[in-house]
Design a protein around this ligand. Structure first.
Ligand code: MV4
Length: 447
């Protein structure tokens, strides 16, 4: 096992990683920007190194500064958390060359999954169901029209280097194809330095369901069930739950085992998420994320498996602490992302938290680095914490979530807590009856 881990991230996830390290007797180094000098994870870490000014480009994205911090402190591994350098193949490659362990998959696996065309081809080869569409990149209008006519309109053009909602365009008819193809290609070229695009059947009302997987890098792959992340706004997840209210235990087992076997065959190492669109009882692969995700706690709460602990084990060459047969899904968990934003306009609301009172009690978990007197900096994403609630079933979970939200007080700044107060009383949310467009439609209706 590692002696010392450098945490190359900030906020709640830096604290989450620190907690796992502490429980495993691993020393921690917090690599932080000047804006985060007073952060909770910096205070709790064994050592801290300032890696640059507030701008993330000059600090949390500054590979050379982070490698230097690692060498100065003698850390033998880096946990990248999510965002920032967590899916940067070049960073993983640099660390591999420096003899520093990147806590995540190999740079080759990151590279493959970062190219959505290669990711989809890999998924298909491994037996994962994919969205019908082009075999690879499409350049010619004639070819695009032929494929679209074959699978039927509407179709969606996606950038190979896009993902997370960037570089996509829906095409409703052959008449729109030429302009749509050229526009998407040139936008992709400008945004990502790669104008490769591909075509898929456009699914109108799917759910976003993602399967949590883990590989040991030696041929063992496991799944930890799915999360339903359909409640999103502008490709930002707002509320996530496990299990998905849409799936039966048989469907879970089936898609889970397909993913577990694929991860084993790939020789994948570490935690990953295989993302699907789910419509009319069918799963369609869209992307794979090669990192720990924000919403990982809902999986932890129903499996009682510590995903960061397992990441550290696997990255250090140890075995996972469990086999597939040990994974049981017990109860239901929901996560609310608490952002420092106005709950109606979503305008960021940085500043001093003058009062902070998180909820507690049975089945309540709050992952957050904030406290009374903490100043939310304006430089980063506005996530200030996650409220995760678990119950023996979805109804108990929702009842517990309602009372937890009633207890939660954050003073001095605006937060998205009022949005969740409304959502947990909405009949569609209570019924689990929503798709990827539900939240934006709801917000529009509410004005
Ligand atoms: C799609 C789709 C419909 N059909 N692909 C958006 C983000 C990226 N991960 C994939 N996305 C979509 N791909 C096909 N073939 C609709 C979306 C989409 C979406 C997906 C997941 C969650 C929220 C979404 C919101 C709008 C569009």
């Amino acid at each position: 096992m590692f002696n010392k881990v450098l945490i190359a991230n900030r906020g709640e996830i830096a604290l989450r990683i620190l907690r796992a390290c502490k429980e495993m007797g691993i020393q921690t180094v917090a690599a932080h920007s000047t804006a985060d000098a007073d952060a909770m994870h910096v205070r709790l870490a064994d050592q801290s190194v300032c890696i640059g000014p507030p701008s993330s480009r000059d600090s949390y994205l500054n590979m050379h500064e982070i490698v230097a911090a690692c060498e100065i402190t003698g850390a033998d591994a880096i946990h990248p958390g999510y965002g920032f350098l967590s899916e940067n193949a070049k960073f993983a490659e640099i660390l591999e060359a420096h003899g520093i362990t990147f806590i995540g998959p190999s740079s080759d696996h990151i590279k493959v999954m970062g190219d959505k065309i290669m990711a989809k081809q890999t998924a298909q080869r491994l037996g994962i169901p994919v969205v019908p569409g082009s075999d690879g990149a499409v350049t010619e209008d004639s070819e695009a029209k032929r494929i679209a006519a074959d699978i039927g309109y509407p179709v969606i053009i996606k950038a190979a280097s896009g993902g997370g909602g960037r570089g996509m365009r829906v095409v409703n008819s052959a008449a729109e194809m030429q302009v749509a193809l050229q526009t998407t290609r040139s936008e992709a070229g400008a945004a990502f330095g790669d104008d490769a695009v591909y075509i898929e059947k456009y699914l109108g009302k799917p759910r976003h369901i993602e399967v949590q997987v883990m590989g040991d890098g030696k041929g063992k792959g496991v799944h930890l069930g799915e999360r339903d992340c359909s409640l999103q706004r502008r490709h930002q997840k707002v509320l996530e739950e496990a299990n998905s209210p849409a799936l039966t235990a048989e469907q879970r087992e089936k898609i889970g085992m397909i993913c577990a076997d694929a991860i084993g065959d790939l020789g994948y190492s570490g935690a990953g998420t295989i993302e699907f669109l789910y419509e009319n009882g069918e799963f369609y692969f869209i992307e794979m994320n090669t990192r720990l995700q924000v919403e990982h706690p809902v999986t932890e709460m129903i499996t009682r498996i510590d995903l960061v602990n397992e990441q550290l084990r696997v990255a250090s060459g140890q075995d996972m602490s469990f086999d597939q047969k040990d994974v049981r899904f017990q109860g239901h968990a929901i996560e609310c992302r608490i952002n420092a934003e106005n709950a109606r306009t979503f305008v960021p609301s940085p500043g001093e938290i003058t009062y902070y009172h998180p909820p507690g009690g049975l089945g309540v978990r709050v992952d957050s680095g904030v406290f009374t007197g903490y100043k939310v900096p304006p430089y980063y994403d506005s996530l200030i914490g996650k409220l995760i609630v678990v119950g023996r079933n979805r109804e108990e979970c929702l009842n517990r979530l309602r009372r937890s939200l009633d207890e939660f007080v954050v003073g001095g700044i605006q937060t998205t807590l009022p949005l969740f107060q409304d959502l947990v009383r909405n009949k569609d949310v209570i019924a689990g009856d929503y798709d990827i467009h539900w939240l934006e439609n709801y917000l529009e209706k509410m004005g």
